[in-house]
Write a protein that binds this ligand. Structure first.
Ligand SMILES: NC(=O)C1=CN([C@@H]2O[C@H](COP(=O)(O)OP(=O)(O)OC[C@H]3O[C@@H](n4cnc5c(N)ncnc54)[C@H](OP(=O)(O)O)[C@@H]3O)[C@@H](O)[C@H]2O)C=CC1
Ligand SMILES: CC(C)=CCC[C@@H](C)[C@H]1CC[C@H]2C3=C(CC[C@]12C)[C@@]1(C)CCC(=O)C[C@@H]1CC3
Length: 345
């Protein structure tokens, strides 16, 4: 007879642990006394107490060693939204997530926490104080979002108390913070190329930007509340800073903090959206001949010119969630962490 070793409650694996959010999560888990295995396609750092397993999450045989004796798995790997590669998103976010679930079951993992996205309900039009019961977007704004929807459904449907795998999904929005390779670098690049002079629309649209440590806090609370008798099993949770801010005020605070001018001139939303759509179509038609990536994509214009903020009451009620870093402090810490992106650096 073989006796199965019961995995320690403090052993976990972070799939995507080399990425922006993943690394912050790993650091906090270590602080809280967890031992951590990272599974990622690349290794971006070294830390005492972290075992790296490199591979593609679509390969179950590569995944299984990272889950050995692990009771809790965080899945926060995804191709970057900017890659805009439908085949890659489908392979990694949908087929790969099926494989992650199978591997969890085979390895005897008890809890799976998925990093989903609040954008799974966003169709490019206003969302004000959206709750988790909004329907999934019927027309998602891009392939990334389309596959994040399928990914979330797969993970939540896999929650099965009988089989012993409990699942939950965290839906963050607009994650920012030190080491983010997307938001601040894209913004600074646009500013340096003189493209941050304009405000799309009237500049009053409210959006959630969430400091990375609050997102990490939400993930750990979800993991620690995930028990067979808990109402959170198989549910999605919005995790935000709970301080919706005008999109263009946030952009201005970051730009001014780094020594760049704030955007000043207004452009009508419909005009910019129309132009972005035209450019996108042109890039699609010309793809066999030339490859160019416009800065203004319809998706980015929609994100920059509409309201999209979410209610996180459910996380407060069920997880005891409360942001641990305010928006003001989050922006200050972020700005301070990018000395190389300052004007003139
Ligand atoms: N950043 C944001 O504002 C938001 C992010 N999210 C979600 O949060 C999660 C983390 O995002 P973020 O930290 O910003 O992203 P990152 O790209 O920084 O991190 C993702 C990590 O996963 C790795 N990865 C990608 N494909 C595979 C694969 N096939 N096998 C193994 N590892 C892989 C990436 O490697 P490589 O870099 O080489 O591709 C990277 O190290 C994602 O699921 C994202 O959808 C949700 C809402 C908002
Ligand atoms: C809350 C949330 C989901 C934020 C999205 C983060 C990014 C998508 C944005 C970060 C920098 C933004 C940006 C633009 C669009 C949205 C971002 C990429 C523009 C391209 C919008 C058009 C411009 O005027 C230039 C902007 C550069 C920065």
């Amino acid at each position: 007879m073989t006796t199965r070793v019961r995995p320690s409650n403090k052993r976990c694996a972070v799939i995507g642990g080399s990425g922006f959010l993943g690394r912050h999560l790993v650091e906090k888990l270590l602080d809280r006394g967890y031992s951590v295995s990272v599974f990622d396609i690349r290794q971006s750092y070294e830390l005492p107490g972290v075992a790296f397993h490199l591979g593609d999450l679509c390969d179950k045989q590569a995944l299984l060693p990272a889950m050995k004796d692990v009771s809790l798995v965080f899945h926060c790997a995804s191709p970057a939204p900017a890659s805009d590669d439908r085949g890659l998103f489908e392979r990694v976010n949908i087929q790969g997530t099926r494989i992650v679930i199978q591997a969890c079951i085979e390895a005897g993992v008890q809890k799976l926490v998925l990093t989903s996205s609040a954008s799974v309900v966003f169709e490019g039009t206003d969302i004000k104080n959206g709750r988790e019961d909004l329907p999934y977007a019927k027309k998602p704004i891009d392939y990334y979002t389309e596959t994040k929807i399928e990914q979330e459904k797969l993970v939540l449907e896999a929650c099965d108390k009988e089989k012993g795998l409990l699942t939950v999904a965290i839906r963050p929005h607009g994650i920012f913070g030190p080491r983010d390779p997307q938001l601040v670098p894209i913004l600074v690049d646009a500013a340096r190329r003189g493209k941050m002079k304009f405000i799309i629309g009237d500049g009053t649209n409210l959006v959630d930007f969430t400091f990375v440590e609050n997102v990490v806090h939400g993930h750990i609370l979800a993991a620690e509340h995930l028990r067979p008798d808990s109402p959170i099993c198989g549910q999605p949770y919005h995790i935000t800073n709970d301080e919706p801010v005008k999109f263009w005020d946030f952009m201005s605070d970051v730009l001014v903090g780094l020594g760049y001018a704030a955007p000043r001139y207004h452009l009508p939303y419909a005009l910019v959206y129309g132009l972005a759509l035209l450019l996108w179509l042109l890039a699609l038609i010309l793809r066999p001949l030339v490859s160019f990536k416009p800065t203004f994509t319809p998706m980015r214009v929609a994100l920059a010119g509409t309201h999209h903020y979410y209610n996180c009451e459910r996380a407060k009620q069920d997880l005891g969630y409360k942001p641990v870093v305010s928006l003001k402090d989050g922006i200050a810490r972020t700005v301070q962490s990018y000395p190389h992106l300052r004007q003139g650096a």
